[in-house]
Design a protein around this ligand. Structure first.
Ligand code: DQA
Length: 142
């Protein structure tokens, strides 16, 4: 089974970005682990990251057309992008929302809303990079 692990803005700077919140693992390391974890689950995982919202919308539209399951960390777009809401609504295979931190527990009010959750099979938050492993597992466990 092919699985897309899609990451939104600022996640390319993992390891250097606010490590006290997001940890010290780099994005390249995260991507490598996702591919390994997926292989253990019999999945063919492709990991992508973009700082450009249109890229993410295009990837989600293709995933909808191809029936590809998605693990999505949309970063800050999670909290306000109605275009992302609409793209997630069109997905034809399961979607798992993942966050390294737990946005619901963070002080900024804007993090307490997600446009993705209404379309997600599950939300994994606050488990750091291991959350991606659990998210991949949830796709296979169905
Ligand atoms: C995040 C949480 C978001 O609120 C934030 O904007 C991010 C990362 C996380 O993985 O914890 O960029 O999605």
């Amino acid at each position: 089974m092919k699985v897309l692990v899609l990451n939104g803005p600022n996640l390319g700077r993992l390891g250097r970005r606010q490590p006290e919140i997001y940890g010290t693992t780099t994005f390249a390391e995260l991507a490598e682990r996702c591919v390994q974890w997926g292989a253990e689950l019999g999945q063919e995982v492709e990991v992508r990251q973009t700082n450009h919202e249109g890229d993410l919308l295009d990837w989600l539209n293709s995933a909808a057309d191809e029936g590809t399951p998605v693990v999505l960390n949309a970063g800050a777009w999670t909290h306000y992008s109605w275009a992302l809401y609409d793209a997630c609504a069109q997905l034809t295979a399961p979607l798992v929302e993942v966050h390294l931190s737990d946005p619901a527990q963070r002080p900024e009010e804007f993090r307490h809303t997600s446009v993705i959750t209404p379309h997600a099979l599950a939300v994994v938050a606050g488990e750091g990079i291991d959350g991606y492993r659990r998210a991949l597992g949830l796709l296979t466990a169905r």
